[in-house]
Design a binder for this molecule. Structure first.
Ligand SMILES: [Zn+2]
Length: 95
């Protein structure tokens, strides 16, 4: 990974390329560990999305106390790949 390309608005490692949402809070609020043991530092909203999108992932505490609990709780109510979920399944049903 090239680490020498500072963007105008640094984002955390967890953000998906297709996810346009900005980070909130520290970029290392939590660490999400996937089932292969690969760990990714994440801000809270992206940690939630990443955790919701992975199978058998763990959330470890990062720089924000309690953020790992928040991510664990909120990711249960978040669908996988939430940022792709902008199509309304029932919108075509009005005739
Ligand atoms: Zn983020």
């Amino acid at each position: 990974m090239p680490g020498n390309a500072p963007g105008p608005q640094p984002i955390c490692e967890a953000v998906d390329l297709g996810d346009p949402s900005p980070c909130e809070g520290p970029r290392d609020a939590v660490t999400v560990v996937d089932r292969h043991g690969h760990s990714t530092k994440a801000c809270v909203p992206h940690g939630i999305r990443l955790h919701a999108s992975l199978t058998d992932a763990h959330v470890l505490p990062g720089s924000v106390p309690g953020a790992d609990t928040e991510v664990r709780e909120l990711s249960r109510a978040t669908s996988a790949f939430a940022w792709l979920d902008h199509h309304q399944p029932f919108a075509e049903d009005e005739r």
